[in-house]
Ligand binder design. Structure first.
Ligand SMILES: Cc1ncc(COP(=O)(O)O)c(C=O)c1O
Length: 387
């Protein structure tokens, strides 16, 4: 009998985490690798947020808090939804956890029974599928098309609905493709969702503020208020305020679900860090001008490499490389081979199989312009060196 639990087999490691690990190993061995795997801004947390955390510690905010967030944090989150999204929630609709990831985890753990299905547009952030499996659910990948900007169409959604589908994952702007759904596109999906009242929706808005070309951001409940009774919005301070390490995410949804999620969180971490909560209050209530300054910097980097739409990712097709030989004589059979070859060429990126759609790789431009330019040169040279 093994000491470790059978469930460990369902705790899988993502392609981007694997790529990051391999990068560390190769760098330690003296190789010059540009890492384009990371899903986090390379900016620092703003000074006023750090100051607020320091003050909170000094003022004794170093103790347990209510499980899913302090009243001050919930007020700040309510104000954010009101001013930025035109949505009026009550405190009972709000939850906070250690990152958007814990909020997602709580939701799936609180709602999935064995065999329940989660519809996941492919490609998507792989954690949706992994967490679904970990929570005893079944991920159902729903293919999207490059011609449609990797966005789920109403027809694709309708065809994917199954009797056991409990959730639909909607992530805009998207990791890994950068696709952004317009209000009209969300409205069209809402028409389908209204026909299937058993399906709840997770609107993962974590990249809300990383939208380019003056595009307005829209979230499902804004365009289809009737869906509020079965939608959980997931968001957080990680990407908008460059606070990935603080671990503070939040959600807004029906009170019954929110209460159930707090019960799940109470089984593990209890409240998110009291200090991170105070910092998040400062981030949400404080000046917002630097958010657009940073967005502009991301946009400039994006413009330097490719026209994509949002988030800091580009999903690059590599079909043209398949079947060809590297200078070392290896035939590239799939996107895993391609990313291994790119790594040898000095660029670390995760492959598309991990996101549910091959043959692609994901390129993150949350890195300096100089590193990005050099990485593009290396990718280009690697392509030219193929036979
Ligand atoms: C699509 C998506 N949703 C949610 C998250 C969670 O972010 P965090 O847990 O830092 O709030 C991430 C992080 O990479 C993400 O890519």
């Amino acid at each position: 009998m093994s000491f470790l639990a059978a469930r460990l087999a369902r705790a899988r490691i993502s392609a981007s985490a694997a790529a990051a690990q391999r990068t560390r190993e190769l760098r330690a061995a003296g190789h010059d690798i540009i890492g384009l795997s990371q899903g986090e801004p390379d900016f620092d947390t703003p000074e006023h947020v750090i100051e607020a955390a320091y003050k909170a510690m000094r003022a004794g905010q170093t103790r347990y808090t209510p499980v899913d967030g302090t009243p001050e944090l919930k007020q700040a989150i309510l104000a954010k939804f009101r001013s930025e999204n035109g949505l009026d929630f009550k405190a009972e609709n709000i939850t906070a956890g250690a990152g958007g990831k814990q909020v997602l985890y709580n939701a799936l753990m609180a709602s999935l029974d064995p065999g329940d299905e989660v519809l996941i547009p492919a490609p998507s952030w792989v954690a949706y599928a992994y967490m679904t499996e970990f929570a005893d659910g079944v991920p159902v990948w729903v293919a999207t098309r490059a011609e449609n900007g990797f966005k789920l169409s109403p027809e694709e959604l309708e065809a994917a609905v199954t009797p056991r589908a409990k959730w639909l994952m909607l992530n805009s702007p998207s990791n890994p493709t950068g696709a952004v759904y317009s209000a009209d596109e969300l409205r069209a999906l809402a028409v389908v969702l209204k026909r299937h009242p058993q399906i709840w929706i997770i609107a993962d808005d974590i990249y809300e503020h990383i939208v380019f070309d003056g595009r307005p951001f829209a979230t499902l409940v804004q365009v289809a208020p009737q869906l509020a009774e079965r939608t959980l919005i997931v968001n957080g301070v990680s990407k908008t305020y460059a606070m990935t390490g603080w671990r503070l995410g939040f959600g807004a949804g029906p009170a019954t679900l929110i209460r159930a999620m707090a019960r799940i969180q109470a089984q593990s971490s209890l409240n998110p860090s009291s200090i991170s909560q105070a910092a998040a209050v400062a981030a949400l209530n404080g000046p917002q001008d630097f958010v657009s300054v940073r967005r502009a910097e991301f946009e400039a980097r994006r413009n330097a490499i490719l026209p994509s739409l949002g988030a800091f990712y580009i999903y690059v097709g590599c079909e043209g490389w398949l079947g060809r030989r590297t200078p070392q004589g290896q035939r590239l059979a799939n996107d895993e081979d391609v990313t291994a070859y790119l790594l040898e060429s000095g660029v670390a990126v995760p492959n598309g199989a991990g996101y549910g759609l091959s043959p692609y790789f994901r390129l993150s431009f949350a890195t300096s312009m100089a590193a990005l330019t050099e990485a593009c040169k290396r990718i280009d040279a690697a392509g030219r060196a193929l036979d």
